[in-house]
Design a protein around this ligand. Structure first.
Ligand code: PLP
Length: 392
């Protein structure tokens, strides 16, 4: 007598189809069944390909990684549960107690907190230095420096890193160069082609592009380093969920188009804001008055970015409150890379834990705003900003 199949809950047979789906199927399965312990051994030993347990890898993560690998001209990238999971994996998988890391002094706020709070607690020393100057990075090197971490374009002042200078210093000194390419995007710059050893992304931002996914990506050129980062991410549980990967894959299909439109809008908005009497300064790397314009021209092959920062002439919190209240149709929200334009105020969000003096040194006052430019009609976007400034 056979057991009644109805009492066994799994598996329900997946419908077979001679034709194949056009869209990547969503595969939320946490676990994958193998035929025998021998088969499982072969999978773990790499003799057979296939998935075992979702934290270690799943089809949607692999599908997403393939697209990101292509964009960054590499292979075997690791998709993580957030951009910070990617930053933490890259740094913490490789550095040990007694090591030293140099990081750009204008990194994303949480990356700075990793440097100032978490790494020292583990006996890893950190030095912050200006990544727009390779001399400043060179001067920060110590005998135990193992890694340099920079962002291509910094947040929120949009300073451009001196990639080539820094990468040749790192090569010469045998130091691992990690580049967070979130703001730059692989469309504008591919760090691994320019001497970086590790590239990192917050996929949450422009790559996924719709503010409905929190994901990251990290890859090391060297396969042993890459395996180290993968093992750390899997062990500490920093890997990503299938649904997020599935959504990000869909978002990535239009990345190129979104980027083109957003950067054009950003350029127009930057030029329009620069002429307004209530604006003290505008920062956009493709403008001639940007402090790193020459570096941007050299590295970005004529591209720009979707980010514009500016400072009001009135640098008080009261003026900042009034401006955000007057700005209609634009979300005041601390993210970037969405299809819609968003406005952020670093003093009250990304840089709130930074010492006031350090913020001032970096030119981030109460009147400082960062705009992540989206896909609106350019005239309407400019009008919305002008109207709010005029009303203040
Ligand atoms: C440059 C940069 N790196 C990393 C991160 C962290 O990404 P996530 O929010 O996906 O953890 C951010 C977030 O804003 C960022 O701007």
């Amino acid at each position: 007598m056979k057991p009644d199949a109805a009492t066994f809950i799994r598996p329900v047979e997946f419908p077979k189809s001679a034709s194949r789906p056009v869209v990547t199927p969503l595969s939320p399965s946490v676990v994958y069944a193998s035929d025998s312990p021998d088969m499982l051994d072969d999978q773990y030993n790499g003799k057979l390909s296939g998935f075992t347990y979702a934290r270690e890898g799943h089809p949607n993560g692999q599908a997403l990684s393939q697209i990101l690998n292509r964009l960054e001209a590499t292979e075997n990238g690791i998709v993580t549960g957030s951009g910070m999971a990617a930053v933490s994996s890259a740094v913490m998988a490789i550095l040990s107690t007694g090591d030293h890391i140099i990081a750009g002094d204008q990194l994303y706020g949480r990356s700075l907190r990793l440097m100032s709070e978490e790494l020292p607690r583990l006996g890893i020393s950190t030095t912050l230095a200006n990544a727009s100057s390779s001399d400043d990075i060179a001067q920060a090197i110590k005998p135990n420096t193992k890694m340099v971490l920079i962002e291509g374009i910094s947040n929120p002042t949009l300073r451009v890193a001196d990639f080539h200078g820094i990468s040749s210093i790192c090569k010469e000194a045998g130091i691992i160069l990690a580049v967070d390419n979130t703001f730059t995007t692989p469309k504008v710059f591919q760090p691994l082609k320019h001497g970086a050893d590790i590239v990192i992304h917050s996929v949450t931002k422009l790559l996924a592009g719709h503010s409905d996914v929190t994901l990251g990506y990290v890859v090391a050129k060297d396969s042993a380093l890459n395996k180290r980062i993968y093992d750390f991410a899997v062990t500490t549980g920093l890997t990503a969920s299938p649904f997020d990967c599935w959504l990000a894959e869909r978002g990535l299909l239009t990345f190129d188009l979104r980027f083109e439109k957003a950067q054009k809008n950003a350029e127009n908005l930057a030029d329009a804001l620069a002429t307004h009497p209530k604006i003290a300064r505008v920062l956009y790397p493709m403008r001639k008055d940007h402090p790193d314009h020459e570096l941007a021209k050299k590295h970005f092959k004529g591209n720009g970015c979707n980010m514009v920062s500016f400072e009001l002439t009135n640098k008080t919190r009261a003026a900042a409150n009034l401006f955000t209240q007057c700005l209609e149709g634009i979300a005041f929200a601390p993210t970037l890379g969405d299809v819609g334009t968003t406005l952020s105020h670093p003093v009250s969000s990304s840089h709130r834990s930074m010492e006031a003096l350090d913020r001032e040194r970096n030119g981030i006052s109460e009147g400082f705003f960062r705009v992540s430019v989206g896909l609106e009609t350019p005239e309407d976007l400019i009008l919305a900003f002008k109207k709010a400034l005029d009303q203040m």
